[in-house]
Write a protein that binds this ligand. Sequence first.
Ligand code: ZN
Ligand code: ZN
Ligand code: FE
Length: 740
Amino acid sequence: MKERLSLKIHGIVQGVGFRPFVHKLVRNYGLHGYIRNCSSGVEMELEGEREKLEELLRALPEKAPRLALIQDMEHSFSRELQGFESFEIMRSSREKLNNTLVSPDICICDDCLRELRDRSDRRYGYPFINCTNCGPRFTIIKDLPYDRAKTSMDVFPMCPDCEREYGDIENRRYHAQPDCCDKCGPRVFYLDGEGKELWGDGIQLARERLKNGGIVAVKGLGGMHLACLWDDEASVRKLRRRKQRDEKPFALMCRDVECAKKLCRVSAAEEKLLESYQRPIALLRKKEPGLEYLSENGYLGIMLPYTPLHYLLMGEDIDMLVMTSANLSDRPIMYKNGEALRELAGIADGFLLHNREIQTRCDDSLCWELEGKEYFVRRSRGYVPYPLVMKRELRDILACGAEQKASFCLSKGSYVFQSQHMGDLKNLETLENYRQQIEHFKKLFDIRPQAAACDMHPDYMSTAYAEELDIPLIRVQHHHAHMCSCMADNNLDGDIIALVWDGSGYGLDAAGWGGECLVGGFRDFSRFGHILPLAMPGGDRAVKETDRLAFSLLAASGLDASQIPGADSYGKMMEAGLNCPLSSGMGRLFDAAAAILGIKTRCSYEGQGAVLLEAAAAENERACYPYVMEGSPLVFDWREMVRAMVRDLNEGAGRDIIAARFINTLVDMAVETVKAAGRETGLDRVCLSGGSFQNMYIMGRLPQLLRAAGFKVYHHGRVSCNDEGLALGQLMIADAKLRG
Ligand code: ZN
Ligand code: ZN
Ligand code: FE
């Protein structure tokens, strides 16, 4: 007997090849009716045998395309038939434009890559080849519903051939909004260093310039890169000089995994990460020390090509390229042709550009692989704007994040939309981009926040932004937010123990915190323990001039620090308590240790000392230094440790050994602190959050040791442990407070 099925599917089912997939299923089961996009996903009406309708219901979630995320299916059966005679895909319904999700940008798929390399294919060598399974999405979308007219492809009307594919349900390009070919789609062009367009094959010209040691600006999916040969040290140094890019590591693009294996150790899980459709920059351990001109630490950031243009650029003979985001002086990544030509004059020797506009900036994502998941430094291209799905419904809230590694979160229902990488909010351009993206997300996902959350720091630009909004504002302590970010990341509820280690955050007592053991949940927390604060002579200057911190640490430990340049004035500042704020930030302790060991005394970016200390640490050293823990809150007193370090140093122990012993001491202290918290509270779940946990030496040891001590250990996996992940915690705390 025939029945009618009304079905609504919520989730990410638009622009991911879902409707053609349904079409095929429906035909196999001999059903009639229609499907159309609606605001929360797709809706369909189908008529046929009840048994077949039920089969369809089962098959949908099982066989859905890989990009589709079926959140929820609502259905009902009825006996009132409309008498459909065919199956139709109806035009987008525009009644309610809410709660539609947007797919991230997806790397080129195998089918498209095959066509790209097939001389007989009509898209052979065409750099904008894509299909329903791959291509640009988030970075070209202006508005919803997702239709070509609302993307930057709107200025490229399809040729008859593309139109035919687009309309053919049997075709891989059925309803692929960015579908195009060299007759109708965007084109690339190459300009020389003076900005003059050169006649010829743009990609070949760019390749030649690269092979001649040139620096070429390449327009990618979410912004511009600067590229040069990886093994030409002179070119790389030239790039550093021109970009005034201090000492931060450069990422590499490798043609394939085999190339990556020439430089790095690549595990099976890391291989999977490299080849995932998100194509993040994976931080891989160097096979052997060296290549300092690319990365001064033990890791290389490596990604595989993710657009057809990248594959063509590398061709058969370029194995690896340096690929670094084109941005100057901490401003956002460049994404417009005009601005690149203007701002990169004198930096790039050539420009490989194209005429498809990037609508939204999106930097490359950056992560390690940890216990089978991404461990993000930066969650951006390939991941954003997929929502983080929470366990319960949330109020509509805007969480404004921190200041460095800024990001924001907007919630709707059980979804949290986290922004792409924004950089540090310390100049007008970044702030403007931050404001724009908040508006863009609000419009795209139709969210009108009822409340906002921000950091307690009075000087954060994100706090100032939040204060301007005309909605209730909830101020959240920095490390409480880190802790709750990790809880939400792992879908935890209730009370937990958290180790929150970072550079610095505004404490409840207005001092800088950051070596914290907190106990609590979304509603409340208490400070169970922290590290002994150290004085920062000169305040924020000590973040980069870390010999100031070395002085502070040595002086506090009763050791001679007179050999440090500027010792006299630091001593006076500390004695008088003048411009010497106290910080219990773990990052500062790391920086101080790196400076004492002579590894780094002047940092060009925050946390550099800590990164280099980790790189220096001997892998097999197990010993740790003595230390004292006492009081309530439980204070880790590092003075005994510092004296032992200096003793080692004077006795000629290797820096690698001392660095390892130093970190081992902190790991040991962490375990003891958690044990003490566990004894006092009876809690057995531990969250690890804060930027200092981007130390893989610690992450390779601490979770195991805590588990061995009987604790359940949770670290980040969906958002970053650094301040980029903070907004999620702010949001969850605000939601808990609003519910009362
Ligand atoms: Zn494809
Ligand atoms: Zn075409
Ligand atoms: Fe932080």
